[in-house]
Design a protein around this ligand. Sequence first.
Ligand code: GLN
Length: 251
Amino acid sequence: MNRRTLHIAHLFPDLLNLYADRGNILTLTQRLRWRGFSVEVHEVTHRDVPRLSAYDLILLGGGSDREQGIVAEYLKGYKAELKAAIEDGLPVLAICGGYQLLGAYYQLPNGEKLPGLDILNMYTSAGVGLPRLIGNVAIETPDAGIVMGFENHGGRTVHEHEPLGKVLHGHGNDGASGFEGVRYHNVWGTYIHGPLLPKNPRLADVVLTTALQYAGVKEPLEPLDDELENQARQAFLKLRMPEVETSVPSL
Ligand code: GLN
């Protein structure tokens, strides 16, 4: 049954794709197809003009400092348009470098500030002489249970919005607050790679449900059999974060 085509924009697939962040697109696409939806993925590079009104969901992946600089420069021209779309409910999943770009700035270890989109009241600073925050991470979220993956960032992010979740293992936003990521309107910002969504099917469905609502689809998402994904999650916790595995009642 072909109910509706969902339009997903992958911004800068050539620049922001650390740790296979494009796996998030594959997961979203496949979970929609299994349910009879068709999907169109728009790969928008820095040579293209984004058509924000044509998208139901945007993915911004992570990147190195150099690549973030190129993207920050390009996005300057679309700042107001993107801010208005987000305030209007456009769903955006932003990972690591992409997450940092939604704030006022990202200050590099050499002191240079890359201006962000200034959509979120938030800033990121790598600090001088501070270690990178690297390793496996698990957080507790209100609507997607335990979300797990891998983080590797020099930037420390500070904001007073709602976080995506509470850190159970790893560093999170700044290694000190105990919080990870951000939730703002229909924006999910996080430091978690993995890629994020293959490891966290509940979160994938929260994102998809929101995108479908934004696209005007009223029917609820049919459940999928996530038995294999859940076994992989359990094994990952057992092997890498055993204290989390024993402390949570269910995934
Ligand atoms: N370059 C940024 C940092 O180190 C983001 C890294 C990333 O996207 N993994 O903080």
